[in-house]
Design a binder for this molecule. Structure first.
Ligand code: F3S
Length: 399
């Protein structure tokens, strides 16, 4: 990868060890992917925030980097942490974990990274534009911003996103290039895909059966932000690339800039049923209901507050979201019914990165991605349900 004179100076350590480390990471990445050069980015989203994933080695790396005095040079924000940063005690998070988690956040803050702690920054006012280059790292956020917005980012790792925040650039390869964004598979949907969980099931089916292929999906008349974020989360989690196009909906498809792919498949009711069955374990009594993967929007919280009005939950129920959305929901009065019902709106974290293993065993959720992490990281049995079914289970009813 060709470096400018300025970039070479940084790599040689002339601007200090922190920037040098960041440039070393970017140069190594550029070499691996055969990038032609570094390219400026408008914003960065850094994953690798939960102490569960980082451990002491990760924390030490962050503290050492922060101690060099290095700072982000472009707007940069954080993915969810392992706990509600303020009310972790109420969630039963162990004190030792909480202390370490707060040290992680402090190290990031020292480097000028905003502790937004969300995987849906696009719901809290971070609004990249079509064609802008970014360096984001949480897979659902990357997929949403590539697909629903038409901005351009690879799926960065935690260290490479942090390095991009410090340098303000990222290696120019992969999804930054138009030629790599072309659809490779035409997916003709011939069944109703109408709910958040349907979009999750569709993403599961495409990702699992056609890994790595960018789909152009047809046959979906409309999709809300929440539905697109559900599809974004599941397709990439189950093997798809962090980009999809939907005819008549996503911007690159609307512009008609790519030819239609030759390989075609049909998705019917059967395929969606198979997908739901693939993520649903028919065993055990649900002891945890989780909504908000990706982090819940204001609209989702409003809907849940309507479903829970006048009821009581009998099962531990979490609705994870960003602190900003939670505060907006509070101002609009949506939290009253939820709190009264005994469900918890939990900011800053999620069911995948909070230390929940062993606390619960069977999780009902409207998120196909949450099923993946529930099964994998937390060893839960999982049920993919609609939001209404989740709330029905939470309040002691049936699916
Ligand atoms: Fe977000 Fe956690 Fe799901 S980071 S996409 S809520 S696994």
């Amino acid at each position: 990868m060709l470096l400018t004179r300025e970039e070479q100076r940084i790599l040689d350590g002339e601007e200090g060890p922190g920037k040098q480390k960041a440039m070393e990471i970017l140069a190594a990445l550029g070499k691996i992917y055969d990038a032609s050069r570094l390219f400026p980015v408008k914003s960065v989203q850094v994953a690798g925030v939960s102490y569960s994933n980082l451990g002491d080695a990760g924390l030490e790396f962050l503290e050492e980097l922060a101690a060099t005095g290095v700072k982000a040079t472009v707007p940069a924000m954080l993915n969810p942490a392992g706990m509600d940063l303020l009310n972790w005690k109420k969630l039963g998070v162990p004190k030792e974990f909480a202390e370490k988690q707060l040290e992680v956040i402090n190290a990031y803050k020292k480097m000028g990274i905003r502790a937004t702690c969300t995987c849906t920054p696009y719901l809290i006012g971070v609004k990249p534009e079509y064609g802008q280059h970014l360096a984001w790292s949480e897979s659902s956020a990357v997929t949403y911003i590539n697909s629903a917005v038409g901005a351009r980012t690879n799926r960065e790792g935690g260290p490479s996103a942090l390095a991009a925040a410090i340098i303000g650039k990222t290696p120019y390869y992969g999804l930054h290039l138009k030629k790599n964004r072309k659809p490779q598979l035409l997916v003709n949907v011939k069944t109703d895909i109408e709910r958040i969980s349907d979009f999750g099931a569709l993403g599961y089916w495409i990702g699992k059966n056609f890994p790595g292929k960018i789909p152009l999906i047809t046959g979906i008349p409309s999709a809300t932000v929440d539905e697109l974020k559900s599809l974004s989360a599941s397709i990439v989690t189950y093997g798809g690339p962090p980009l999809f196009h939907i005819e008549g909906i996503t911007p690159e498809a609307l512009k008609g800039i790519y030819p239609k792919p030759e390989e075609k498949i049909v998705v019917d009711e059967e395929e969606i049923k198979d997908a739901r069955a693939g993520i649903t374990d028919e065993t055990g009594k649900v002891d945890f209901v989780a909504i908000g993967c990706p982090h819940a929007s204001l609209e989702e919280i409003k809907f849940i507050s309507e479903l829970l009005r006048g009821k009581r939950v009998e099962v531990e129920t979490w609705i994870t979201t960003s602190r900003r959305v939670m505060e907006m929901a509070k101002r609009r009065g949506y939290l009253k019914a939820i709190n009264k019902a005994g469900a918890k709106v939990v900011p800053d974290t999620c069911m995948a990165v909070a230390p929940l293993k062993g606390r619960f065993h069977v999780m009902a959720t409207n998120s196909a991605k949450a099923c993946y992490y529930g099964r994998g990281s937390n060893k839960f049995k999982t049920l993919l349900c609609t939001t209404e079914e989740c709330m029905s289970i939470a309040t002691g009813g049936k699916r």
